[in-house]
Design a protein around this ligand. Structure first.
Ligand code: ATP
Ligand code: MG
Ligand code: MG
Length: 402
């Protein structure tokens, strides 16, 4: 993809916007862009530089994303609404064409990293609560104040607020920002995310353990996963698929596992689709597993498996909803039963949390009471982000059982 119309190749030390931003290291990439940690020489702060591919369709998409990010930033001058902010934007000419660049505030690892780091075991509920409050604050802001749908909410698109503070971080004070292109071998820039640091520590421990075993020594007991030092505040990012509520035209939105039933059935959609994805994300944080991971099977499609999984966990879809969408006839008979998947194994959310994920009964019941209304098949019945923020589950600070 590093060709005409594609990504812009960046080397550490490269400068942008007339020397204002200096590339430090790569933070990530997506279908549209590469994202770099950069040092802002004007403010002496680190930023994330999202460098879009250069072909016209990517330029168009970046302009759209910049428009949305500008509205987000302008209407949140105190930066307290839990959605990523745009610092600046500019054009950069390179061998592959003209690239739009978005300068974003620098954030930490995604909560998908957090779930992986925790070995898919689920995060402590108090921390899940804290993250849920942030995500809902962000959604409430997007929905109620800006009338924007995100349409791709999922763990990958929620980033932790980086705790790495330039003035306090020992690593950074020892490693000043790179200000020009280094010669010879390239080493990464200064800002390191907390989880990444911990993963490196873990790798070192694993090597030390193998060495100890080779020596015939007693291996150290497996260290408990330590999440200390991680700030559980987070922000919603990747507004590339966001759209105004009155301009929601795309038919297929959302990443498969976080897709709402009305999108599968093509019954029309609005803000409640983000609420569905939110509930799937909260479940995944608390359990370490995706709520719905559909697969096609003999005689049925991925969509049909998805609808079946939803009904196994949430009960039968009301007939009116099941038969009301543009694609309903492909999946449901006129009674509102799935045509090709006949036998469903019913469970309930709280039973699943207790039996499979070993939640204490009270925790399971309370968490299920919070999530179940958000997973209503009828989007009109789902609570809004604002209503969810009032839920007693989020107001709690301690769980009795820890
Ligand atoms: P997609 O294909 O998901 O639409 P994209 O090209 O639009 O990708 P983003 O999802 O915005 O790109 O960013 C790609 C990755 O870069 C993210 O998953 C994340 O790891 C990293 N990243 C993005 N924004 C930031 C930020 N503000 N701070 C730190 N890292 C970031
Ligand atoms: Mg993304
Ligand atoms: Mg995107």
């Amino acid at each position: 993809s590093y060709r005409k119309g594609g990504y812009h190749a960046v080397r550490i030390g490269d400068s942008f916007a007339g020397g204002r931003f200096i590339a430090q290291r790569k933070l990530g990439w997506g279908q549209f862009s590469t994202v770099w940690l950069a040092y802002d020489t004007q403010t002496s702060k680190y930023v994330a530089l999202k460098i879009q591919k250069s072909a016209p369709e990517f330029v168009q998409a970046a302009l759209h994303e910049i428009e949305i990010l500008s509205a987000i930033t302008e209407n949140d001058p105190k930066n307290e609404k839990c959605v990523v902010q745009l610092v600046d934007h500019f054009k950069h000419r390179g061998p592959n064409g003209q690239h739009l660049c978005m300068v974003l505030e620098f954030l930490g690892d995604s909560i998908l990293h957090l779930i992986r780091y925790n070995r898919y075991k689920g995060i402590n509920l108090n921390k899940v609560r804290e993250m849920c409050r942030c995500i809902l604050t962000g959604l409430d802001y997007l929905h109620r104040e800006l009338r924007i749908l995100h349409t791709d909410l999922k763990p990958e698109n929620i980033l932790l607020v980086s705790t790495v503070n330039p003035s306090k971080d020992p690593i950074r004070s020892k490693t000043p920002p790179i200000l020009e292109r280094p010669e010879g071998s390239l080493t990464g820039g200064a800002a390191v995310n907390v989880i990444e640091k911990k993963l490196k520590q873990r790798a070192r421990r694993a090597v030390a353990k193998i060495a100890a075993e080779r020596r015939g020594g007693v291996p150290e007991p497996k260290p408990e996963r330590c999440l200390d030092g991680i700030d559980f505040r987070c922000k919603i990012v990747d507004l590339g698929n966001a759209c105004g509520a009155d301009k929601a035209v795309a038919e297929e939105i959302q990443t498969r596992q976080y897709r709402a039933p009305e999108v599968i059935l093509q019954s029309g959609y609005s803000f409640p689709v983000d609420m569905w994805s939110f509930a799937c994300t909260a479940f995944e944080l608390a359990t370490g597993e995706m709520m719905f991971a559909p697969k096609p099977g003999p005689g049925f499609s991925e969509d049909e498996d998805h609808l079946a999984l939803m009904m196994e966990l949430l009960g039968k879809m009301p007939r009116k909803i099941a038969i009301g969408g543009g694609r309903s006839k492909d999946y449901f008979d006129r009674h509102g039963d799935l045509k090709r998947i006949r036998r469903l194994k019913h469970s309930s959310l709280s039973r699943l949390l207790i039996d499979k994920f070993k939640f204490p009964e009270t925790d399971a019941r309370e968490f299920a009471e919070f999530l179940t209304p958000i997973l209503d098949f009828d989007p009109e019945n789902r609570p809004t982000a604002q209503q969810c923020l009032q839920h007693p589950w989020l107001r709690q600070t301690e769980t009795k059982t820890g």
